[in-house]
Structures are given as C-alpha cells and as structure tokens.
Ligand binder design. Sequence first.
Ligand SMILES: Cc1cc2nc3c(=O)[nH]c(=O)nc-3n(C[C@H](O)[C@H](O)[C@H](O)COP(=O)(O)OP(=O)(O)OC[C@H]3O[C@@H](n4cnc5c(N)ncnc54)[C@H](O)[C@@H]3O)c2cc1C
Length: 396
Amino acid sequence: MTTDCCIIGGGLVGLATAYRYLEKFPHDSVLLLEKESRVACQQSTHNSGVLHAGLYYKPGSEKAKLCVAGIREMVAFCQHHRIAHEQCGKLVVAGSEKELPRLDHLWSRGTENGLQGMKRLGIEEMKEREPHVSGIQGILVPEEGIVDYRAVADTLAREIVRLKGEIRLQACVERLIPEGSCWRIVTNQGEIVAKKVVNCGGLHSDLILESSGLKRPARIIPFRGEYYDLKPEARHLVKHLIYPVPDPQFPFLGVHFTRMVQGGVEAGPNAVLAWKREGYRMFDFDAKEFWDSISYPGLWKFLIQYPSMVTYELYRSFSKEVFCRSLQRLVPEIQQEHLESGSAGVRAQAMFPNGKLVEDFLFVHQGSLTHVVNAPSPAATSSLAIGRRIVTEISK
Ligand SMILES: Cc1cc2nc3c(=O)[nH]c(=O)nc-3n(C[C@H](O)[C@H](O)[C@H](O)COP(=O)(O)OP(=O)(O)OC[C@H]3O[C@@H](n4cnc5c(N)ncnc54)[C@H](O)[C@@H]3O)c2cc1C
C-alpha cells in the first residue's frame, strides 16, 4: 500500500497534524496509524484538561508561539464543533514575599507573549474571585480555561474521516526504512510506503525515531502525574483554576486545582519518575523500558542535579498528608478527608544526555520524515497550531 502522508500516533498532535494536512491538501491520501483500539488513549486524555494561554514560556520559543496561537485555534475549533469548553480564567498565586520576583517574571513573560487581559491582584481581589485562596499576590489570566480533550480528539478523528483520510487502529509501527525519497513503514499489520511521514508517537516517539536509523538526540523519560479528586463537600472551595508560582528549574507547574469541564475538581498532578512509559499506576513496571531509562547517563546526571526534588516527589506520591500540605498552601481549608484518589497521566518528557530536560517543543526533520520528539504540556492546547506548523514545514 502507498500513501501520500502517513501520521504515526493518534494522540491530539497526530490527529491535529492529519487534520491540518487534509485541510491543506484535500486531494492527497492520508493514513494515520494508532497502536491502540481507540485514538487518544495516552497523554491526550490523561491530562488536566486545561487550555493554557502561554504565560510560562520563554518569549520566541516554540512553546510560546504555538501555545498562544494554539489556544485561539482550539477555542475556535471547540466553538465550531460545539465541544464543551470554558475560558473561566486562572489565578496564579504567590504564597510569600520570596515568590514575588518569580510572579513578576511570569507577568513579563505573559506580557511579552501577548496574553490579553491579565491583571495583578492583591489578596482582597483574589478572594473576591476565589474566597478560600491564601496568598499575598496573584496574576489573573482570563484567557485560560478548561476543555473536554476526549471530545476534541473524537471530533478530529471524525473530521479526518470526513475529509477522506484513513485511521487505522491497532496498527503498531515497528520500523521505518528509507526507500528513495519515501519511507517503508513496517507495522504489525503489514507494510506501507509513504511519501511523507510524521512521527507523533508521544511516549514512544524517541524509539520510533531510533527505528528509522537516527541516534536519539534526547530520550523520553516518563514522569507520572497523579491526581486527587475533591469530594463533593469540598468542591465549593475552588471556583476556577488555582495554580502556584512554578519552580523555574522544572517544566512542571506544581500541584494545582482544576475545575473540570464535566464537573468536579481535580488536585494535582505531581511529577514522579515512572518505571514504565505507560505506567499509570505506582507499581506498573516494564523491565525493558526501565532499563532504557536507567541505562541513560542523562537520567543519572538529572538525579545527581536534583536529588531532593526527585525524592520529595516520590515521598509525596506515597503520602496523602504531604500532598495535602502542598495543596493547603493554596487553599488552607483543604483537608485529607476531602481528597480521594483520582486518575493519573504519564508525561513524555524528553531529556538531553547532559541531564537537562528539553524545555521547548522539539521537532527533528529527516528528509521526508518529521519526528515530534518533545511535545509535553501545553501540547494538547497547542495541538492544532503544532499540526499547522508541521504541515507548513513538510510542504516546503
Ligand atoms: C498529567 C498530565 C497533565 C497534562 N495537562 C495538560 C493540560 O492541562 N493542558 C495541555 O495543553 N497539556 C497537558 N498535558 C500535555 C498533553 O496532554 C500532551 O502534551 C499531549 O497530549 C501530547 O499529545 P501527543 O499526541 O503528542 O501524545 P499522546 O497523546 O501520548 O499520543 C501518542 C499516540 O501515539 C500512539 N503510539 C505510540 N507508539 C506508537 C507506535 N509504535 N505505533 C502506532 N501508534 C503509536 C500512542 O498509542 C498514542 O495514542 C498534560 C500531560 C500529562 C501527562
């Protein structure tokens, strides 16, 4: 079988890329290969369901550009297809004087990135919005919101089929072999030759890259994010989205409160090293994947650089009391008995051999093959803009 464009991976990034490709080249054939029996079963539906506006990202970076464009494209897509979403706004709270310089830094980033309507709030104004919050100052980001990413993924899949693309499920890509200017894609369901290929394999993107004969520029290290759900009697304590000021050393945002678009409030996620790429539970283990992580010098350099952060995250993962204490910094009335174990997701976070986490989105072009090597948060928000960017790049 031959196709003009083959997309590997049916998460939001792969689906959005296939959709944007079909919009631009309606007469080309597009085949999307997904190893699961349904699209978007990994990161894309195991996340916080937040529409990020671009507050955190270095101005000029791929994340800043694609998030700012992405939230606008995503909101327009949701409005057009009547997908549940709400731009309810987010409050980022500084808990102490020590955090104020970091809050100032976020403010300048948000301003440089062109976020609209941001406001600095004192404690009284914060309490008007979130009566139970604690802190000394905050930033209100009105553009941020919540969305049903499952509905976004299913709608994208329907749109791809409507535009005459094909989605093949339970089709796992095993190898990529160059064939002239094309690629032969070996899957568990046979082989396909494609003129253009985009690897959107999420947690497995680096392994797919390696199967094409390239050396991995960075390795995916899985970081699990665990949530608690607020019990109904405590949900009134959180009206919208409440976030702490993040530690600038890490690309994770710190445990926060998220009102979900389907109702309910989630608290989390933490960021714990996982023993398996799709390791959603604490004791999920895969020997081969574990070896792939621990045999990587980059991971050891990371562990040596940040031993206290790694152990603290592990400790907090085991201790509800410690998790609850982190949440009490934002909302002191939260008690352990208000929390029940919730879902978890695993971040595909790429790490360089020097132990530095890859901060920005990372794309690697190999002739007619493009690899999305690092697309962690805010890639769900940014997916439609990422898809547009990839299609522009591959059609040059
Ligand atoms: C805990 C958590 C919270 C997050 N919160 C947010 C948030 O609030 N807002 C936000 O914007 N982002 C958030 N993110 C990030 C966001 O979810 C991801 O960046 C985004 O979903 C990445 O999409 P993807 O398509 O690259 O990856 P995925 O959704 O993981 O999709 C990759 C797909 O590739 C398939 N695949 C893998 N290998 C193969 C193979 N060999 N053959 C065929 N198919 C294959 C997988 O089955 C999967 O369906 C969060 C992530 C996590 C984990």
